[in-house]
Design a protein around this ligand. Structure first.
Ligand code: GDP
Length: 390
């Protein structure tokens, strides 16, 4: 697939940056256009792989933002994007949309810029283009507290209503012990970039070999067109460097045994992808559609293995809408299986965030009411004898 990628806010921009890094390191050519949008000048300087002229600062003249961010206030994030929608629209003038198959907008949902401004950007993109617009959103960890949960729960509604498909990434599920928050984010961003690029870069026509079992961009888009929230699983294994003529040294029986070992390896890889950490933990059976992509040297992808992996996933997801195909990468030293579970409705973490958000909203409203009373009582004398001057 060919993508235009847009990172909104700090986390969104960092993930886009890692996607570009991963695709360059693995010889893929997915992100045809990149753009990052932020309300904080310092955060806008962070990406290493996004050209200077593809970074847009918004809110510089806003009375609260002034180029320093929106302080986690999603309403200001949205307001700034709405006010400067013409500038945002203008920066897309340079994007040759006919060159891309889809647009991907990434954001962290717990903050102010990504959660507030990204849905405004998405709404505009949907008006401007016919191509599907996908969302990629990082859900805040429980430890971050009520305000990020509230931002995320509200932003998630806007995202899912406006995008063609929303891929969720759960920071809580990906947190490791013994890491600083920054180290944790760095690792998460690389893991997420690996998954999303391996998934979406399949089906692009580049110098890699195109086999008859190659996955097509339209297959990926078909799996995503059901909308809702999606989760991605991934597993990889190292492969030996090819040794030409190796097979001719073995008997037919030995070759047949090797083939069944290869088939078991492929199926095992897919089971591992689905049973290990998904980008957002979910009930696999709740997926509406699913898709498996095998990225690696074509000789490593056993047809028998692909078939049995697909059958297995059909049973697990309880749907017949499971596609499987290859992304042949002749020179790769790994074989990866990436599994897209599209429109999963059983995602406990989203329910938890909503509960945390409702509690936070109640607490904020109560605190505001109490504070108003306290201020009133502070400035009023005991017998209410005094009047304000004006
Ligand atoms: P914004 O710039 O106002 O949108 O705020 P940030 O993007 O800095 O943070 C928003 C949320 O994204 C936070 O509440 C975190 O949950 C998450 N977050 C921040 N940085 C990262 C990151 O590098 N990776 C991931 N996965 N999540 C992040």
């Amino acid at each position: 697939m060919k993508l235009a990628t847009i990172g909104v806010g700090n986390a969104g921009s960092k993930v886009i940056d890692r996607m570009v890094e991963f695709e360059q390191a693995t010889g893929r050519d997915l992100c045809r256009h990149t753009l990052v949008i932020n309300t904080a000048r310092t955060d806008l300087a962070k990406p290493e792989h996004v050209p200077e002229d593809r970074r847009l600062l918004i809110g510089e003249t806003h009375k609260k933002a002034k180029g320093h961010g929106v302080g986690g206030d999603a309403a200001i994030g949205a307001e700034v994007a709405q006010t400067e929608i013409d500038d945002i629209r203008r920066i897309f003038d340079d994007v040759e949309i006919h060159e891309v198959d889809a647009i991907l907008v990434a954001a962290g949902l717990g903050g102010g810029t990504g959660s507030g401004a990204a849905p405004v950007v998405i709404e505009e993109l949907q008006k401007m283009y016919d191509e599907p617009v996908y969302g990629l959103g990082m859900l805040p960890g429980e430890y971050e507290g009520g305000r990020p949960a509230l931002n995320a729960a509200r932003s998630l509604q806007s995202f899912v209503n406006k995008v063609d498909n929303f891929v969720a990434f759960d920071n809580d599920a990906w947190r490791s012990r013994g890491q600083t928050i920054e180290e944790g984010y760095e690792e998460m961003n690389r893991e997420l970039a690996t998954r999303i690029v391996t998934l979406l870069a399949a089906g692009e026509v580049d110098e890699s070999e195109v086999g008859e079992n190659a996955m097509d961009s339209s297959d990926i888009m078909r799996t995503m067109e059901v909308g809702g929230v999606s989760s991605i699983g991934y597993a990889s294994t190292g492969v030996d460097t090819p040794d030409d003529g190796l097979l001719s040294r073995f008997s037919e029986e030995e070759v047949s045994n090797m083939e069944s070992t290869d088939a078991a390896k492929i199926k095992g890889l897919v089971r591992r992808a689905v049973n290990s950490r998904l980008t957002v933990p979910c009930g696999v059976a709740s997926a509406e559609r699913a898709l498996i992509i095998f990225a690696g040297p074509p000789g490593e992808i056993s047809r028998k293995g692909v078939e049995s992996a697909r059958d297995w996933l059909e049973q697990e997801t309880e749907t017949v809408d499971v596609l499987a195909g290859d992304d042949p990468r002749t020179d790769s030293d790994t074989l990866a299986a990436v599994v897209l579970l599209s429109n999963v409705t059983d995602t406990p973490r989203i329910n938890e965030i909503q509960d945390q958000a409702v509690d936070a909203q109640d607490t904020i409203q109560q605190q505001e009411a109490v504070r108003e009373e306290e201020i009133e009582s502070l400035i009023t004398d005991d017998d209410n004898d005094l009047d304000p001057i004006v």
